[in-house]
Design a protein around this ligand. Structure first.
Ligand SMILES: Cc1cc2nc3c(=O)[nH]c(=O)nc-3n(C[C@H](O)[C@H](O)[C@H](O)COP(=O)(O)OP(=O)(O)OC[C@H]3O[C@@H](n4cnc5c(N)ncnc54)[C@H](O)[C@@H]3O)c2cc1C
Length: 500
């Protein structure tokens, strides 16, 4: 079979893969690049699906830095991504058995809401937010319209930003404990640390101030049409700029000759040749399945083998015969960050909390006349009950279905504390286990956020010449972060092409 030749072959159409593709095609629409995607649709974890008229986001559910003039939005606009963004307000409603806190998409309003609920802690709250606001102001005065600071900007931060400088070596937990004595309040303030599945002890105070508090100051956005539309619009812009995407096309091997990546082999044994290969696939799969240990040093293999995966989770998707008009779009029920993470880390899944999302409450275009769709999200261990029953000696499928049903019913029960009689109105029901997340994106262990935070991340340049990484493997998780890692991979290639 004749092989086809490409300037760049990108494995995977997650945010990293699309970021690389868009960077290259935007620079030169004549460049011959291709994205190979094993799934039938683009986006990886940025995705959604429709069943019986009900729309559900299957992974990511919001975008930071997508307001007018903000870093992510500016590059998306530059790349010709035709997308409308809707402000999510309130960002979240945190509901506890005896309390409800509205997290407004407005720093001042949010602060007042916290003071209303914790009047004895007013002074502490004000002092805490003063530090958050100072860090944000100082950061944006140096880093404008970009995602992360350059080396020069880092130096400027060190010399001209006193609050940022003071907190650079501190953890988010240090910042919380310094100012906030009430544990319940600390839990509420650290909810977005939980959302990355990481304890505030493992998060830098400055990162928390700039990123986790950005929804209240810079807004949290939802793409009109849902995450499915967003991923499709990115793919459309890439193709409009001259790129090619092949779906249902799984890369089996990266072909390596004399330490250099020269192409890929597909499932049907056909070969595509490429001057550059960018892998947006999971780091363990890239290393062990696509490259192969025989091409790598023991040191690199040991390093990749030592990397721990981030949390994964269990989601439930429901279609109702009523509309939930009196509920906000984002509800966090009974979330107590530290204890939640500790239970999951011990491999224990006995949910007492749930995140509830109602997409039509943000974007009315997603409304189904029959009733509301809602999604529940929780963290869950990958290795629960012999890997969700699939490692049982027999009847694996039956075991899997039974476990899935058990936890679906458990989450419905918990959600009924927020939406009474919910179970009487369900006309469509499905769920995703960690194995579902793994199957659809090929992320090992269904990890939601790539590798666990706090470990040294693999660099974008691999030990194999002309093979780069993009996505949650390298820069870290989150839609903008993965997309910007893709941009960086594209820029490395463009720089080399310019030199020629
Ligand atoms: C439930 C959930 C909620 C989240 N919520 C948010 C949120 O609200 N905001 C936010 O910013 N982030 C959120 N995230 C995180 C964010 O979605 C991810 O960090 C990001 O989308 C990962 O992008 P990636 O580039 O690493 O690619 P991935 O999403 O991992 O995609 C990789 C792609 O490569 C393809 N692929 C892999 N191997 C091959 C192969 N061999 N051949 C062909 N194709 C291959 C896969 O099919 C997939 O499409 C959430 C994640 C999850 C799971």
């Amino acid at each position: 079979m004749d092989s086809e030749n490409y300037a760049v072959i990108i494995i995977g159409s997650g945010m990293g893969g699309l970021g690389t593709g868009l960077t290259l095609q935007n620079h030169n629409p004549k460049l011959k690049t291709i994205i190979l995607e094993q799934h039938s649709i683009p986006g990886g974890y940025v995705n959604g699906f429709k069943r019986k008229g009900y729309y559900f986001d299957s992974g990511a559910e919001g975008l930071v830095f997508c307001g007018e003039g903000q870093a992510f939005r500016m590059v998306l606009d530059k790349f010709g991504v035709d997308q409308e963004y809707i402000l999510i307000d309130p960002v979240e409603t945190m509901q506890f058995p005896s309390k409800k806190i509205t997290m407004h998409a407005n720093g001042e309003k949010y602060k007042l809401e916290l003071i209303k609920n914790f009047p004895n802690e007013e002074d502490e709250i004000r002092k805490f937010f003063k530090v958050i606001e100072s860090i944000q102001e100082e950061f944006y005065s140096v880093v404008k319209g970009k995602f992360d600071p350059s080396f020069k900007e880092l130096l400027k931060i060190i010399f001209t930003c006193p609050t940022l400088r003071k907190y650079t070596t501190k953890s988010f937990d240090d910042l919380l404990t310094k100012f906030i004595s009430n544990i319940e309040l600390r839990d509420i303030l650290s909810v977005y640390s939980l959302w990355l599945g990481v304890s505030p002890k493992k998060i830098k105070a400055t990162l928390a101030a700039v990123v986790f508090f950005s929804p209240y100051y810079q807004g949290h956005y939802y793409p009109k049409g849902g995450m499915l539309a967003f991923a499709n619009n990115l793919a459309k812009a890439y193709v409009t700029n001259g790129g090619e995407i092949r779906y249902k096309t799984k890369v089996k091997k990266i072909i390596i000759e004399n330490g250099k990546a020269v192409g890929v082999q597909l499932g049907d044994k056909s070969v595509l040749k490429g001057n550059w290969i960018v892998s947006n696939s999971d780091i363990q799969r890239t290393t062990f399945d696509l490259i192969g240990e025989e091409h790598l040093s023991k040191k690199y293999i040991d390093y990749i083998s030592s990397l721990e995966k981030s949390v994964t989770g269990f989601s439930v998707f429901l279609g109702l015969d009523i509309h939930l008009d009196n509920y906000p779009s984002h509800i966090a029920y009974n979330i107590k960050s530290e204890s939640y993470l500790e239970r999951i880390a011990k491999g224990n899944y006995s949910p007492e909390e749930v995140l509830i999302r109602i997409p039509e409450k943000i974007d009315p275009s997603l409304r189904n006349d029959k009733g509301s769709s809602l999604t529940f999200l929780t963290f869950a261990p990958y290795n629960l009950d012999k890997n969700w029953g699939t490692n049982e000696e027999k009847d694996q499928k039956e075991h899997y279905i039974k476990i899935k049903e058990k936890y679906t019913e458990r989450l419905i029960q918990i959600a009924e504390k927020v939406i009474p009689d919910l179970s009487k109105h369900i006309v469509y029901k499905d769920a995703a286990t960690p194995l579902t997340f793994e199957r659809y994106t090929l992320n090992s262990q269904g990890a939601w956020y790539g590798i666990k935070k706090g470990q040294r991340r693999p660099k974008q340049k691999t030990p194999i010449k002309k093979l780069l990484l993009a996505g949650g493997n390298t820069q870290g998780a989150g839609v903008p972060s993965c997309f910007f890692s893709g941009i960086k991979a594209g820029e490395i290639i463009l720089k080399k092409l310019k030199k020629k």
